[in-house]
Design a binder for this molecule. Structure first.
Ligand SMILES: NC(=O)c1ccc[n+]([C@@H]2O[C@H](COP(=O)([O-])OP(=O)(O)OC[C@H]3O[C@@H](n4cnc5c(N)ncnc54)[C@H](OP(=O)(O)O)[C@@H]3O)[C@@H](O)[C@H]2O)c1
Length: 281
């Protein structure tokens, strides 16, 4: 039986989806969280890998609080850059799949971003995630896959869509940013794409997101509509909703290299959203 170590698999939004997808596909998925191992001790990580003997190690641990990272850059760096380096030093011959973000881009593109497009993060979160990519690439691992993804929603942990549905049930109206456009992504679909990359033996940097694009306002409005909640969703600008961290105005990701490597074409985010909300009911 194939075995995978899934860092972030106990509590993470993506980590839990990875464990579910792996189990469904007949793998043994071993979830790892804060209390399973000292994440900052490379010898402890090596011992874990030696003990579990995984074919694949997934790293879905990250510091994902985009605004808080502006106040805690050192902690964001530790989780998003130092930990990937330590894990990379510990995986031995296992295939390492690591996750990164659309926020490595500055948002000035006029077409979906390719994995080869120049990066230029605008906030601490994006910079530390990029440093994580760089740390890992520098190690020269035989089998490393970096999967950039975006705007995650799915079961198991609070996320943008779940929060919007909560608010829509308790407020007379929602006002949501309409001048940031990205690629909403359902975590079970991302997990399936990750598994397909592993099965194809694909290494390098890939973009994996659902098809289509949306603003935060469009995603919120669609979620509220699909859930059948009678709450108006009104567009506002980023200037009307100031946030600590700068975010790209446009960060849609191009998935053609994912399709070329795996033969898989992601479905639209709107279809995936329906599945998610139906399951919530
Ligand atoms: N969420 C998004 O919209 C989004 C967008 C683009 C890219 N991504 C990337 O996708 C990947 C998965 O993100 P996600 O949304 O699934 O993240 P998430 O739900 O926030 O989960 C993060 C995981 O990391 C763990 N973690 C964080 N800090 C830790 C620390 N100091 N020590 C130990 N564990 C720690 C968390 O454990 P606890 O539960 O114990 O805190 C949790 O299991 C990440 O690489 C992220 O950068 C996410």
């Amino acid at each position: 039986m194939n075995t995978a170590l899934v860092f972030g698999g106990r509590t993470g939004l993506l980590g839990q989806a990875l464990c579910a997808a792996l189990t469904q596909a007949g793998w043994r998925a071993v979830p790892i969280g804060r209390t399973d191992v000292d994440l900052w001790d490379v010898d402890a990580l090596r011992a874990l890998v030696t003990q579990v003997r995984p074919q694949v190690v997934f790293n879905a641990i990250a510091y994902t609080a985009v605004d808080r990272a502006e106040d805690e850059p050192q902690e964001a760096w530790r989780v998003n850059a130092l930990f990937p380096r330590l894990l990379g030093q510990a995986v031995g011959t296992a295939h390492l799949v690591h996750y990164s973000t659309d926020y490595v881009f500055d948002g000035r593109a006029t077409r979906p971003y390719l994995p080869t497009d120049p990066v230029n993060p605008q906030c601490v979160y994006g910079r530390t995630k990029l440093e994580g990519e760089t740390e890992l690439t520098r190690l020269g691992l035989a089998r490393l896959t970096i999967v950039r993804t975006a705007w995650l929603f799915g079961p198991g942990r609070m996320n943008f869509v779940a929060r919007i549905l909560e608010l829509a049930r308790s407020r007379p109206e929602l006002t949501i940013v309409h001048d940031q456009v990205g690629s909403p992504t359902f975590t079970p679909d991302l997990a399936a794409a990750s598994l397909a990359l592993v099965q194809a033996g694909a290494t390098g940097i890939f973009h994996a997101v659902n098809a289509g694009q949306a603003s935060w306002c469009e995603l919120a409005a669609e979620a509220v509509h699909v859930a059948g909640i009678a709450c108006p969703v009104r567009p506002i600008t980023s200037a009307e909703y100031p946030q600590k961290a700068a975010r790209p105005a446009y960060s849609v990701l191009d998935t053609t290299s994912l399709t070329a490597a795996t033969g898989m074409t992601p479905r639209s985010w709107a279809l995936a959203l329906r599945e998610y909300i139906r399951a919530l009911r």
